[in-house]
Design a protein around this ligand. Structure first.
Ligand code: HEC
Length: 175
């Protein structure tokens, strides 16, 4: 819509205006979060290893979330439930689109956002994040980043997701 409006405007103006306004119409108005990545992804593709360790643009969860542990057992049932949500079912958008099939933070949409999605395969980053931190971010989103809130999911589904994403930095094979 914005681009169409610009195009109409440009057609009505002289060549000089096109040159001047063309730049301002195509300028990307993306809000960026002041995060300094510890690495660069310019040459990376969705199959590359993720950013590890990775700077975070997400704030810390408040108590009581911050110190919570996952109340669900890490059973095959719960991990598989998390996997289905991550890959296909979670709304507004399955996590895989951003965090990647391999959980490396390089899903098909990763280059469209800064900071980049969390690389769940990075043990160094993930070991510092409590279960409650992961739960709180999934439920509420991460303000100032593209991480959406999944507040329509039941708490039990979010805890299943927490079990699943832990598996990416785990040496055990996925069930
Ligand atoms: C539209 C893209 C997008 C989708 C879809 C998405 N995320 Fe994220 N996610 C992000 C971004 C961007 C960040 C912020 C990274 C940062 O903090 O620097 C993030 C951060 C996170 C974090 C990090 C929390 C922390 O404290 O560091 C967790 C956990 C997470 N996402 C889980 C999920 C799960 C689970 C889903 C699906 C239910 C999901 N995300 C879907 C983009 C997305």
């Amino acid at each position: 819509m914005h681009v169409n409006t610009c195009a109409v405007f440009i057609f009505r103006t002289c060549l000089l205006c096109i040159l001047v306004l063309g730049g301002s119409c195509t300028g990307v108005e993306e809000k960026s979060v002041p995060v300094k990545e510890t690495n660069t992804v310019e040459m990376k593709t969705i199959d590359s290893p993720g950013l590890c360790p990775q700077a975070r643009g997400t704030i810390s969860a408040p108590e009581p979330y911050a110190s919570m542990s996952n109340p669900l057992p890490a059973s095959n049932h719960n991990i598989s439930g998390g996997k289905m949500l991550f890959r296909e079912d979670a709304q507004p958008l399955p996590c895989e689109n951003c965090h990647g099939f391999k959980g490396n933070g390089m899903g098909i949409m990763f280059q469209m956002m800064k900071p980049y999605p969390r690389d769940f395969t990075c043990y160094y980053t993930m070991k510092g994040l409590s279960d409650g931190q992961l739960f709180w971010v999934i439920k509420n989103g991460s303000h100032g980043t593209r991480m959406p809130a999944y507040n329509k999911l039941h708490d039990s589904q979010i805890w299943q997701l927490v079990h699943f994403i832990r598996y990416f930095s785990n040496s055990k094979p996925l069930p």
